[in-house]
Design a protein around this ligand. Sequence first.
Ligand code: FAD
Length: 542
Amino acid sequence: MKIVIVGAVAGGASAAARARRLDEDAEIILVERGEAPSFANCGLPYYVGGVIESRDKLLVTPKQRLIDRYRLDVRTYSEAIQIDRQAKTVLIRDLKSDNEYSESYDKLILSPGASPLRPPISGVDLPQVYTLRDLGDADRLSQAGSQAEQAVVIGAGFIGLEMTENLVRRGIETTVVELADQVLPPWDAEMVTSVTEHLRSKGVKLELADAAESIVPVENRLLIQLRSGKKLPADLVVLSVGVRPENKLAIEAGLEVGQRGGIRVNEQMQTSDPDIYAVGDAVEVHHFVDGTPVQIPLGGPANRQGRIAADSIFGRSAHYRGTQGTAVVGVFDMTASMTGLSEKSLRAAGMAFEKIYVHPSHHAGYFPGAEQMSLKLLFVPKDGKILGAQAVGRAGVDKRIDVLAVAIQAGMTVYDLEEMELAYAPQYGSAKDPVNMAGFVAVGVLKGDQPIIHAEHLMEASNHFLVDVRSPEEYANGHIPNAVNIPMEELRGRLSEIPYDSRVVTYCQVGQRGYLACRVLVQKGFQVANLSGGYTSYQQYR
Ligand code: FAD
């Protein structure tokens, strides 16, 4: 068996290593256009910021190790430029000598990744405008950073924010320009308001709901002109507005591609040509939750797909289940994480859903260092099946999203979350873990024990009688307009102050006392709902 693999990083290197483990005699050729196989794309922003000090650390499996340990034929500075499907050959150009030669294959695996998008604005090709994809990009940015005082990052997705953090770390005054009216566009807006505030607290300037229209060189510097009319001076610009699947080879070879340009594959990662497989950022996958075709460029899926392609080639039963979009990003010392479908994607798809918010501590509140997180859970109203989750905070956020990602994989419901037995000691979690808490609240909603109202609906309606059940001190620190303060401890004795014929909304800081108040009032015959996530969620919506 002779396997040629195009692209030797996440998907390609995984496929190669797996293929070798399955067949000691296979001839495996890794063709890589860049200087190194198997490098850490995900570490590049932190190399630019100096967190990863040694460039060698980015070489996850150096070329010589791939050769010695896996007996792979690794050809760097080599670009696959054409596929002849009839002859089953690939035309390869040696980028050092410019020589071209043809290599035959029994099976071909394409893992060429995705290239950074360059918006069609004037000045986008100026030398001080950077994208970040490979080691060379990181070297150039690192070098430019040593002379820069001001930078503009275009795009507030996860790579844009990671770059922002690392430019700030290098003492560079940084402004982020984002077309959407929020940072981290895949997340729901209310979940990232705290991230926005945190970025500002670190001195980052944010230009949201705006767009760069041109980049003009002014002496040795740049002037970025925004749609709003603002002009931002900068020494360098980082473009981070998304990626496009590298599909040229595939299209020219007549392989099927999807609407967004991703190479179409089946569950075995086989393209429309059964002898050609494709994996990673270049392929179209289906979303695990709703089955729609999507492009979700992430490292984990690329690695798993590489393994699956190799398994399939050697006749092992393997199939890709789809991509859930489980992601995590650090923004200075905050963490945002998500899995499954967001509220905005559920709305766009017209799918029925319910949601709840909780804001628990990441570990027992009585133990020093407890940090609050915000957790949002989306689920099917009919049966409680989990559709998605998002969490933002500091510590412990990734752990909860990972648990919920597994729950989604397993097809679990919010009823299962109530029953989950999760590790607990005071410095790690709580006897009622945030995941359990989310389950309790969601089940309470589904069973009708806890009628809820969401902050956005509360803001739309003015006919509610609002009862703030927090302490007078909490109330004095900020409350929802027109809310009456009746602390939970006094509620049972002050029921006569609440009109019987009004729709009542109870709320507290995070939803827990509001729930208790709601239970008291429901049992006394009031028409009542608890504000999901309490005043904390209300503030996140504003
Ligand atoms: P790649 O890993 O990009 O590899 C493709 C390789 O193919 C490239 O080296 C390219 O040079 C080569 N190539 C392309 N065309 C040819 C050709 N014709 N001939 C020869 N070689 C070719 N994902 C996460 O899940 N978490 C993160 O924290 C994260 N951080 C990231 C940070 C940055 C800065 C970047 C750029 C990406 C990050 N990602 C992250 C995304 C993740 O790196 C990708 O999803 C993953 O690397 C995709 O794997 P791949 O094999 O499809 O493509």
